[in-house]
Structures are given as C-alpha cells and as structure tokens.
Write a protein of this length. Sequence first.
Length: 225
Amino acid sequence: AGQASNLVTRSGMPVERGVRYFSKRGRHVSTGSSWTIDTLGGDPMADRAWGMSIGYDYGALSLRAAHQNRHVAQVHLYDLVGNNMDAKNSLIAANFRTRWGTAYAAYSANRGWGSSPLYNPDNPYGAGVASTSSTDSRDTLMGVAVPMTRSTTFLASHIHKNDRDLANRDASQVAVGASYVVSRSTDFYAAYSRTVNTNGTGVLIGGAARPAGSSAVNVGMRHAF
C-alpha cells in the first residue's frame, strides 16, 4: 500500500534477455551496469535499454545514484498513436542510520512517454477516469523506519510527484505501517496509504484509480524459504 513504486518510476515489466554487472564494494564504492533487449515494442533491433549505478557507503551513510535510458519502437496498443515509450530516469537516494532508526530520502527526474508508465493500462477495475502518463516529472521521497522493540518496527513515508507537463497532474502519497518479526525468515506487516491527486491524475494503486485520490490497506505475512 505504501510502496515507493506507486508514484516513483512505476514499472511492472520484467527484464529479459539482458546482461548485468555488479562490482564488489571496494573502498566504500560499488558500481553496476546493465544492457537489455526491451521486449515492450517488439522490434529487437530498436528496442534496447541500458542503465548504470554507483554507490557509496561510509559508516551510517549509504548513497546511491542510478540512471536508465530506454528506447523502444512505437506502441499503438493503449498509448496515443505515433508516440513511443522512450524513457530517461535518473535517481539519487540516501539512507542514514542513527540510534533511533533509519532515515530515507530520494529524488528522481523522469522524461519521456515511458518514464512513468501506467500501472495497468487495461484498467480492469473499471475506473471512470483513465490515468495519463507524465512525460516530464520529478519525484521526492522521505521516510523513516523506527524500531519500537526488538521485534516491532514503525514505518512512515511521504512521496510527492511533481508533473511538469501542461496538465500539471501532481500527486502525493502519505503512508504508515509496521512490521513484526517472528523469526529470521518470517514477519507480519500492516500498512495504510492515502494518495491525493490534482487535476484528475488518477494515480493507480494496485490497479484501482479515482480522479481525486485513493486509499489502500495491506495486512499480511512474509516468509523466506
């Protein structure tokens, strides 16, 4: 319900037929890169995506910067005819660990028709207003994770998407949650989020959209095998 990908660089598409490289951390620095044949457009000669990242870890501070560039063939299924799904996404993020918990911050810049793709273009939930992808946006995230006991952690975050298109379809999400650790492999969690849209953004949470905003609740258990 409160995941960052609800607003920040949303993409549920798998990465196939790609090559990835990650370096081990040396003197606090790590790097990564990737090259992929993008399967969205259908033309393996034109559809490609590449990305790179760099990280810096020093004591309680962790910094990451990443960029991806996608160029795919024209799409006519649900986008405006003649537009393509080109995308350029840049992200910088930081975590800072203190005695009371961990603070998170991130900022991203997104450009292109594919930079902020719709979560579910077919809209099976029948929302009355269709969402429109932003071609130029900036995302800001702030959050905290505060251990209350040895087993319980409180979570809170705020995300704002600044749409720089003429439509100015901004959106903000506030979320709170908690997790309860039972063992090294099992925990229970609960989360609540509220998304507020302007100018009929229709931001999707789990595939459901409303012009003014929407709420979501998650309760569940995770187990790692």
